[in-house]
Design a protein around this ligand. Structure first.
Ligand code: GLP
Length: 259
């Protein structure tokens, strides 16, 4: 794992945008994520697009997950969210921004179809990830199979509570979702996980330094050959080997960050 510790969330966003822009300009298949954490990176990419520094014209995208039970036009569906926060502001071909059909009559069948669509597209070149305070990635909650494919899942009460800030009341938060499975996510050729803020510090510690465990789904990154984790000082505050990660970041032996 490459662990990059940056002073502020703004610096995390710039570092992540540097990596993501490289893939976009190469016409890659991008794995996009929602949540608050990537928003600053999306803003940075939109600014670079407006300056002519990055283009998404040759890229396609697959979203990580989607609520079940919201129409895709609902403002909190991830289908709408990613367009509002990112893809509609750059030169993405909207038809190539895909997300699981959380409004399908048969969400389990829609999940299987989505998993196949990712494979048929040749897989994801770089998958952006956030992390839940309970260690979830996508909506893979604690106890998720480490080899799962895209599937229907039940949201953890903590996730429902965390995400209630986007809804008028907690009762409006969907209880189920379709999420790329941990096995699906781990097939992306590169993983880029961002975390900021002290409420993510324990989850980041468990992901990086804890055992590989379904109890911390993000620990699946330990099995990936090219996972990059970019965190701010607050999210890094519980890392026992923090000094080593900083040293290794400053003394990178070979692989440039962008490839
Ligand atoms: C959400 C999403 C995840 C996201 C996570 C953290 O429920 N399903 O993909 O990474 O929770 O969100 P945030 O970045 O807002 O803390």
């Amino acid at each position: 794992m490459e662990i990059l510790i940056r002073s502020t969330p703004a610096e995390v966003a710039v570092e992540a945008a540097n990596i993501f822009a490289h893939y976009a300009n190469a016409g890659s298949t991008l794995g996009l994520a929602t949540g608050s954490t990537p928003v600053a990176m999306y803003k940075e990419l939109i600014a670079r697009y407006e300056r002519g520094e990055v283009s998404f014209a040759d890229s396609r995208a697959f979203l990580l997950d989607e609520y079940i039970g919201l129409e895709r036009t609902h403002e909190q569906s991830y289908y709408s969210t990613i367009r509002r926060e990112f893809t509609s502001h750059v030169d993405f071909n909207d038809d190539l921004v895909k997300s699981p059909a959380g409004d399908a009559d048969d969400p389990a069948a829609a999940a299987a179809t989505y998993d196949k669509a990712i494979r048929d597209a040749g897989g994801v070149d770089i998958q952006l990830l956030g992390i839940g305070a309970n260690g979830h990635v996508g909506f893979n909650e604690p106890s998720s199979s480490l080899t799962s494919r895209t599937h229907v899942t039940t949201l953890h009460p903590q996730t429902v509570n965390d995400n209630s800030r986007f809804f008028d009341t907690v009762d409006e938060v969907p209880r189920f979702a379709v999420t790329q499975g941990l096995g699906t996510i781990n097939e992306a050729r590169r993983l880029l996980l961002l975390a900021t803020g002290s409420n993510k510090a324990n989850a980041v510690r468990d992901m990086v330094e804890g055992p590989l465990s379904a109890h911390c789904p993000a620990s699946i990154l330990q099995l990936h050959q090219h996972a990059t984790v970019i965190v701010d000082e607050s999210a890094a505050s519980q890392l026992e080997d923090r000094e080593y990660y900083i040293f290794a970041d400053q003394h990178r032996p070979h692989r440039p960050l962008f490839s």
